[in-house]
Design a protein around this ligand. Structure first.
Ligand code: XMP
Length: 502
């Protein structure tokens, strides 16, 4: 297999996933756990948020690493660390480099076989390699002639950019080229993976009573069907927290009915709204919602012994909830709040999908026979419209968001753009500006439309929607939705923005 060592980059698991996508089995390890790796065919060192000069910079036992005798690839922080291990130096650069950059390979074999000149790659770093050791060869540079890819000796490779994100156009090919340097590698297939997941669930659950929250989203739907397939004792609960979109509850119930999975609805909108009243801080909102979910699950299923969640890898990494994790907390996803982490420590949380990305979950869903329109619903966050409603949450704001969202999503479907975007929504900008409606002055809020493409929610790009679609959406919102006099379109990439407002 391919061992990926995690130095805390937001993209580490993405490396694992890319390797799987190339058809090989990959597993994630902490850099201090080299002794647990067994017999890898290749090793990849991830990027990370630290600088190699930081006092608490993560390190690696180089002799132990070298003893595996297999090809090693250092990405970003991983490359800088390798350069230091070989006797070179790294310095803080005077500017941070984020986003797209041109890659100029200086060789056309090995890592760069078939890679074009000035191929676009994705950078996200502030340190750069400043001194090269004697055994280093520069394999590629950027437009400013700075080395962005190195080879040390025969088996060690380094790249400054992130080949694992889709914005590095030929990144997958570069990774594949690296893996070709290894001998024969263990293969990966989704059907085997499904069987492994089901066996794992049966073993972990035994005859315990499981409660599984379903939201109608892809993740919890696939999880509920997987649990049913595993034949464990489960009750699926749909919590209507009052932060759903227009008519969403009916749609969700209808979808589960079609799949023959029984769910129980609990209407808790009053409870959620009362606990959220007056709360404006995004993290506080997220925590209140996440903890309330648990209360509701536990109160509804009195004898519950385990909680099953459709947590995916991006939720884990962005909440940086793994105690050993070297990553920064970006936002606390509703399924990573303190109460849940406590349950997790007691071994009461079941998260079979936590290593996967959305499109892998969809692939798993296909192999479980879930209809494609259900699998292709846009992602919708657990905290619902709360994260699209900056400031305190009120019924008036929610009504406006629901109406605008419904118009926008409706137009996306009419224009056949719904399936071409990863996720789209309307989010409120609770700032009043002056306009004129009829012959009257208006002083009202603005709504922001967002449509992004992404493969894994880790990075995202805004979508160039047809002007006619945007025009029709805007006209309808301005004419039909009471309380809005301005419609904006969000043209921010992630990073540095995120997909949701909060
Ligand atoms: P961000 O805003 O972090 O969103 O760029 C990335 C993806 O995750 C979804 N999201 C969540 N999903 N619970 C969820 O189940 C959450 O707390 C949560 N927060 C964000 C978001 O909709 C996007 O698809």
């Amino acid at each position: 297999h391919v061992a990926v060592l995690d130095f805390g980059s937001q993209y580490t698991q993405l490396i694992v996933r890319r390797v799987r996508e190339l058809g090989f089995f990959a597993k994630l390890y902490e850099p201090e756990d080299l002794s647990q790796i067994g017999k890898p065919g290749a090793i990849i060192l991830s990027g990370g948020p630290k600088s190699t000069s930081d006092e608490d910079a993560p390190d690696i036992d180089f002799d132990q690493l070298d003893a595996f005798g297999v090809p090693v690839l250092g990405v970003c922080y991983g490359m800088q660390l390798l350069n230091i291990k070989f006797g070179g130096a790294v310095k803080a650069s005077n500017r941070r480099e984020y986003g797209p950059a041109g890659l100029l390979p200086l060789v056309s074999e090995g890592l760069y076989e078939g890679i074009s000149h000035e191929s676009q790659v994705w950078m996200s770093h502030s340190d750069t390699v400043s001194e090269l050791p004697d055994n280093a060869v520069v394999l590629a540079s950027n437009r400013e002639d700075v080395p962005v890819s190195l080879k040390w000796g025969e088996r060690y490779y380094g790249i400054q950019f992130h080949p694992e994100v889709t914005h590095s156009h030929e990144g997958l090919r570069i990774l594949h080229n690296f893996l070709l340097q290894a001998g024969e590698l263990e293969e990966f297939h989704i059907e085997d993976f499904k069987r492994e997941l089901i066996d794992g669930i049966r073993e972990k659950v035994g005859d315990k009573q499981v409660v599984c929250g379903v939201s109608g989203g892809v993740d919890s739907t696939v999880l509920a069907v997987l649990l049913k397939e595993a034949g464990v004792n489960v009750r699926a609960i749909f919590v209507d927290h009052g932060l759903m979109r227009l008519d969403e509850g009916d749609e969700v119930r209808n979808n589960f009915h079609r799949m023959g999975v029984e769910i129980e609805t609990v209407d808790c909108s009053e409870l959620f709204m009362s606990k959220l009243a007056g709360v404006a801080d995004p993290e506080e909102k997220r925590k209140i919602i996440g903890n309330l979910f648990i209360d509701v699950f536990w109160n509804t299923v009195g004898n519950a012994e385990m909680l099953a969640q459709g947590t995916l890898y991006p939720d884990v990494i962005e909440s940086a909830s793994n105690a050993k994790s070297k990553a920064s907390v970006i936002k606390t996803h509703h399924n990573r709040v303190a109460r849940i982490l406590e349950l997790q420590e007691q071994g009461k949380v079941l998260e079979p999908l936590a290593e996967l990305f959305k499109d892998e979950v969809r692939e798993l869903g296909v192999s479980l026979g879930i209809p494609s329109d259900i699998l292709n619903r846009h992602p919708f966050p657990g905290p619902g419209l709360a994260v699209r409603c900056p400031g305190d949450i009120t019924e008036k704001k929610l009504r406006i968001i629901r109406e605008c969202d419904d118009i926008f999503i409706g137009r996306l479907k009419d224009y056949e753009w719904y399936d071409k975007v990863w996720q789209a929504y309307a989010g409120l900008i609770p700032v009043k500006t002056v306009g004129v409606k009829g012959d009257e002055r208006s002083y009202e809020w603005a709504i922001s439309l967002r449509a992004v493409v992404s493969e894994d929610a880790m990075t995202a790009d805004w979508v160039e929607l047809p002007p006619a679609l945007l025009r029709e959406t805007s006209n309808r919102i301005l004419n039909e939705v009471d309380g809005i006099n301005r419609v904006l379109y969000d043209i921010s990439t992630k990073p540095p923005a995120s997909i949701e407002w909060e």
